[in-house]
Ligand binder design. Structure first.
Ligand code: SF4
Length: 375
């Protein structure tokens, strides 16, 4: 079983806080799909004979693309590998792109899960985030998606300029009123070199502090868990059985192949685990879709250990103490003392031979991981 990721690198405009690889030249969409077909043919040997667990169209804004292009690429893949009715096919979409017709068309070409970038149901907050859609666009499109798709995810973001806990609770209330199968909650982070980062540095804009943002995150976890959503990863909540199969597979270190510029892949062959990334340049990608690679590395034992620790914590997968002892370079005594301290902080639970992140530990997952890694 394998997962596929397609990076569709087009957005109408770049949001002030976003540092993803993308361009704002939608005129290149057709050429991009021609290049994607070439890249896919070049990876035929990696696809042949495989069953596809999940396909994720991410970006960028995949909902900018005519569904017929998505259909053509899926047809090419299904000529090489097995896409079944069980294959999760997710497309990320922005509310302003979705109409009744486009929702029907996406369903008709085989998309069976939508991930909608709602971010907020407050017009004030959407404006502060620089998003193009309104609250009524968000409500209308999520309702329309839920009528047609058995699996809908929405993204919500907390920590926008001027946001209060009460405004955030309004977002959670609106989301729960719609009851999508899956909700992702992101805290707005200042990524270097973004417009928002520059504005904050110049003192032109001010964001809620860390503690205010943490309170919003905790409120989300409390409200969503109370409403029956399972908090299965730091930022992700799902109704029973409705987790993202694609994301969960990548956190469980299952292999996936990425297509498109800046897409990453993780492949396993003969005990060797390799990660590689396509070039983060549309020009290079269009010129050489099959060969433009930024990096490729076979993982060392230490890297494998660190990934296992870091990713297992994120999804609260128990880590055996014996496993941690083998990879931890500072010795057993130091590890045991670290585990005691993390447990006293309430960030991990140790049951028998197993270490798991606690609900309270989600906010400190990076810190916990840094204490348990190999170096
Ligand atoms: S729509 Fe999404 S991917 Fe595009 S610029 Fe905004 S945040 Fe980034």
């Amino acid at each position: 079983m394998i997962c596929l990721y397609v990076h569709i690198p087009f957005c109408r405009e770049r949001c002030s806080y976003c540092d993803f690889f993308l361009v704002t030249k939608a005129g290149f969409v057709e050429r991009f799909f021609e290049a994607l077909a070439v890249e896919t043919a070049s990876k035929a040997s990696m696809l042949e004979g495989q069953s596809i667990k999940a396909i994720h169209f991410g970006g960028g804004t995949p909902s900018l693309v005519p569904p017929s292009f998505i259909a053509a690429w899926l047809a090419q893949v299904s000529g090489l590998a097995r896409i079944s009715s069980d294959t999760e096919i997710t497309l990320e979409a922005n509310p302003e792109d979705l109409t009744s017709e486009s929702l029907d068309a996406l369903k008709a070409v085989g998309v069976n899960r939508l991930s909608i970038g709602v971010q907020s149901f407050s017009d004030r907050k959407l404006k502060a985030l620089g998003r193009a859609h309104s609250s009524s666009d968000a409500l209308r499109t999520v309702a329309g998606a839920l009528e047609r798709f058995a699996s809908v995810s929405i993204d919500l973001m907390c920590g926008a300029e001027g946001e209060t806990l009460a405004e955030w609770e309004g977002d959670l209330h609106a989301a729960l009123g719609l009851r999508p199968q899956h909700i992702s909650v992101y805290m707005l982070t200042l990524e270097e070199k973004t417009r928002l980062w520059r504005d904050v540095r110049k003192g032109l804009r001010d964001l809620p502090g860390e503690e205010a943002q943490a309170a919003m995150y905790r409120k989300a976890a409390e409200r969503l868990r109370g409403a029956g959503y399972r908090h299965y990863e730091i930022s992700n909540f799902a109704l029973e059985g409705q987790h993202s199969r694609y994301n969960l597979a990548s956190w469980m270190r299952e292999p996936y192949i990425g297509f498109g510029p800046a897409a990453h892949s993780f492949v396993v062959s003969d005990e060797t685990e390799t990660r590689f990334s396509n070039a983060s340049s549309l020009t290079k990608y269009l010129a050489d879709p099959a060969g433009a690679v930024d990096f490729r590395e076979a993982l060392t034992e230490a890297q494998r250990f660190d990934e296992e620790v870091f990713l297992s914590l994120r999804i609260r997968r128990p880590l055996p103490v014996g496993f941690l002892r083998k990879g931890h370079k500072l010795g057993h005594q130091h590890l045991d003392a670290t585990l005691v301290r993390l447990k006293e902080n309430g960030w991990i639970a140790v049951e028998g031979d197993r270490v798991t992140l606690t609900e309270a530990g989600f906010l400190f997952a990076d810190l916990v991981a840094s204490e348990l890694l190999s170096e």
